[in-house]
Each structure stands twice: as C-alpha cells, then as structure tokens.
Design a binder for this molecule. Sequence first.
Ligand code: AMP
Ligand code: MG
Length: 488
Amino acid sequence: MAFILSGDDVCQATLPTPIPDPYWVAFSPSSAKLVGITLDEANLPLDKTWLEVLAGNQLRVTSHQFLNPIATAYSGHQFGVWAGQLGDGRAILLGDIADQELQLKGAGKTRFSRMGDGRAVLRSSIREFLCSEAMHSLGIPTTRALSIVGSDLPVRRETMETAAVCARLAPSFIRIGHFEHFAALQNHARLKELADSLIQNHYPESLEAEEPYLDLFKRICKRNAKLVAQWQAVGFCHGVLNSDNISALGLTIDYGPFGFLDQFQIDHICNHSDQGGRYAYHRQPQIMHWNMACLASAMIPLIELRCDEKEAQEQLRAAIEEFPIIYAQSWQSLFRKKLGFVTEQDGDITLVERLLQAMHDSRVDFTSFFRKLGQLKTDAPIEQISLRNEFVDRASIDQWFSDYQARLQSESSSDSSRQKEMNQVNPKYVLRNHLAQQAIEQAQKKDFSEVTKLLNILSKPFDEQPEHESYAMAPPPNLESIEVSCSS
Ligand code: AMP
Ligand code: MG
C-alpha cells in the first residue's frame, strides 16, 4: 500500500526526471503477472505506454492512474554509525498497482538526493533486477523487480557509464530507517502513525495482541531472523546491512554489492568497500540482530504509551533476546534439510558444523557441493565418493562422510526420495558474480539477451536444466575474484 503518511516532512511530492530515448533492457514476466500487466509474444507489455511510464517519462497509462509520485524521508545507521537523514535519494514511489507499491530506482533527483545524481547505472540495475527475481525463485522474501529501462544518458561513476531505471515492487518499502527517522526527530505522533499504518496494512494480527506495538516489533524481528537464516542457507551475502537497508516486512531490499558464495569462506566479504568486514557472511545474523536493536530503540516511545519507561525497556529487551533463538531454530532446520535429514537427532548440528569447517578449510564451492551431496548413496564405499576429492584433509572428510552415511541410515528415507527432497532446497543455479558480470558486459554493448537468459535460468533454480550445465559451475579461476563496491 502506498506510503500512508502525508505531509511534506515525510513524503515529498517528486516527479521523475525523464531519460532520453528509453529502451527495454529487461522485463520480468513473473512480476508482470503479479501486477496484472498483459505481455506480447516478446514478453514485453502489450500496452506500449509502459515503456514511458517505467522510464519515468510519463505518469499515466490508460486505465492506470498514478497519482502524486513521492520520495520519502528516512534515516539510519551506516556501517554501525548514526548517519542522520538519508531518504529516497534516487527512488520514487509512483503509486499502487494491484497490492504492490511500484517504485522507480534511478529516476532522478529528489529532495533526499544529498550529493547524489539520483541515477543508477545499467550495471547495478541489472544486478538488482536479476537478484531480486532470483531470490524470489529461491523462495526467499524480497522486493521484486519488474523491469529495467535503459537510456544512453551518461552517468559518471569511477568511469562514464549509462543510466538505467529499475522498477521495483513490494507490498511496502518501509524500512527500519523510517522508524529511526521519527524517533531521532522525537516526532512521536509520526512514529505512531507509521506503526499504525504498518499494522493496519501488513501486520493486522498485531491488532489482536495485548500490546500491539510490542507484538509488531516481535513480528518484524521474527521475519528478519528467518530471512537471514535463509540467506545463510543459500550462501547469500547482502553486502550493506545498514539499518536503512532493512525492510520492516522482512524482505531482502536494496541490492548493491551483494554476492553469492562461490568457494565457501565463512568470513567472506562481498563488498569491496567493507574493509573491516562488518558485513561478512558469518556476521550477517549478528548484524541483523543489531539492526533489530536499532528498531527497538526507535520504538521505545510507542511501547511507553502503555507502560512506564523501565517496563518498556524491559519488554523490548526480552523481545530482542528472542532473535538469536528464532534465528538458530531457522538455521538448524534449513541446514538439516540441506543435508537431507527428516528427523531431528542429537549431533545433527555438530555434523553440519564439522562439514562447514571442512568446506571452509578447503574452500569448497558452496552451491555445487550441497547440490551434489544429494546424489550420495548411503552405502557407497567412502573411496568412491567423488565429493571427497574437493577436500584437502581426506582423513577428516572421510570420517565425516562415514558419520553422515551412518546418520542417514538411521532414518528410513531412501536415497532417491532423499535426493528429491534435497534438490528442493539445494539450488543448482544461483546468481554467481561472474554470471551477472557476463550479462552486464554484453548489455553494455547493447546485447541484452544474456540478461533474459539468466532471468529464465534463475527462475527455476532447483531444476536440473541440463542444457545450462555451465551456469551451475564454479567460476573459472580468472573470474573468481570480481570485486563489487558500493558504487552503483
Ligand atoms: P545505499 O547505500 O544505496 O543504500 O544508499 C544510501 C543512501 O544514499 C540512500 O538514501 C540512497 O537513496 C542514497 N543514494 C545512493 N546513491 C544515490 C544517487 N546516485 N543519487 C542520490 N542518492 C543516492
Ligand atoms: Mg539503501
């Protein structure tokens, strides 16, 4: 639902700045279905005005009326430090379509652009578009991407690049940073309006609770705890987990220098600009917890409406202590499934941890290892398990395989049914950096076919797709260490 709060301090009426000679770069048929856009045989909107609308060049489509496009104010902590007001510096909310909000990213300057140009480049728009849709197909909550419209308009980053506008969809783009914004301004009336509208539109269950605001907080925490467990289970690193990049709906939002792990390295840093490794893979759960603490601080005035200050802090403290418990339960359940366990047994988690340590020590490819693990036969002689060749310390991994086989034998599932189950949770295809890079480099030469091809492959990440086997492979050594920074 479109941002409920009105008033110039929060929602600034903002018109997109047109781009010259827009052209389609990519379009997601699955997102089109979500919002009821009819497509032609080329999988592009039948109604040609959509190109102008999604470029930010026109505000009306026949029979779709977008009223009052806005940019919203939010604040946040960046790299652990309070950054004050940020806001939609290059995202403009056009309005609602079906039950989604439609936002254009890179549609020009807003009141919140600060030093920025309000634009996004083709490279980063392709990454956001592909990853949003890939995450959705992996079953991970995320904002969606509808389209990329390109233009030859030059945009300066480290080098000169060209502009693109990515259309995003979400039931709401409200972030933790929106709460922090009003809390910092001590504008408790606005804070309350924000929480009330979020409850009314997205968390109606909280209305039933004795303490609706506390309940809202717990639900936001729960969704984000489960979200980060899902990231860990597919080897996804977000890259910039600042509190303004954390959704109040528990969606993955703001795809920047993200990365899927190729070789498993527990402390992998995907963002070249993150020198201290604050957002490294193994720190994501802890950082999400930290962000929930920021939300808790921002929500204190709301909890205090029903009790005194000390009690409010106590209630929030107790609620936030649930985060690691929910996270651990989700993580354990996901990794049990990744290993094909049907029952819960003592020692399962030790087995998972021993495996991850061994994978880290030998830098084993995360995605393909788990996918291939499904093919293991419970009675195969250890020397015949080809996956053991991925590890340097054979004696130790042989012991692990032997313990794993014994663990599987203690359950009644057959090898074939287990493989089927494991293939539903261990994807074969993820958006590896080198694949995105290949699509970007072609697109920069005006050939967008690889973007569409990747979109299609990644829309069925759990299917075998033998004709696309090379897309499941680890990157060749020369493409292993593509560096991605905040520049977008
Ligand atoms: P990010 O690190 O992409 O989440 O962005 C942090 C803040 O900077 C947000 O308020 C963005 O809207 C803003 N921002 C990032 N890039 C630009 C840009 N090119 N022009 C204007 N604002 C931007
Ligand atoms: Mg952001």
